[in-house]
Design a binder for this molecule. Sequence first.
Ligand code: DGP
Length: 114
Amino acid sequence: MTDTIFNKIIRREIPADIVYEDEHVLAFRDINPQAPVHVLFIPKVAKATLNDLSMDDAEYVGRLMVAAASYAKQEGFAEKGYRTVINCNHDGGQTVFHIHLHLLAGRSLHWPPG
Ligand code: DGP
């Protein structure tokens, strides 16, 4: 897959407000926040979309969820609530083709989403 802006963030070639990092996952604040808390959790090894995953990648993508939930607990909004979203391709609203989990919190979120 082609290099994306998120790989440049991983390599520290462009700045980002990084809030979490481990061996497999990096998390940073979204440049265009849709809620008071809007953090993107990305795998350090890039795959473009959810469609590129197989069952062998269950841990790969699961790590994003677990990291997001841990962050929510650490930041103190886990009990109040939050939303996680992975957009896929055009109709899903995906614009950056490096899988990422959105974590949104800090306000009451509407359903269904737009
Ligand atoms: P999606 O639409 O699901 O592909 O979400 C991509 C998100 O990435 C979008 O909410 C804006 C964010 N984004 C795009 N470029 C940058 C960037 O350079 N820095 C940061 N922090 N976020 C970015």
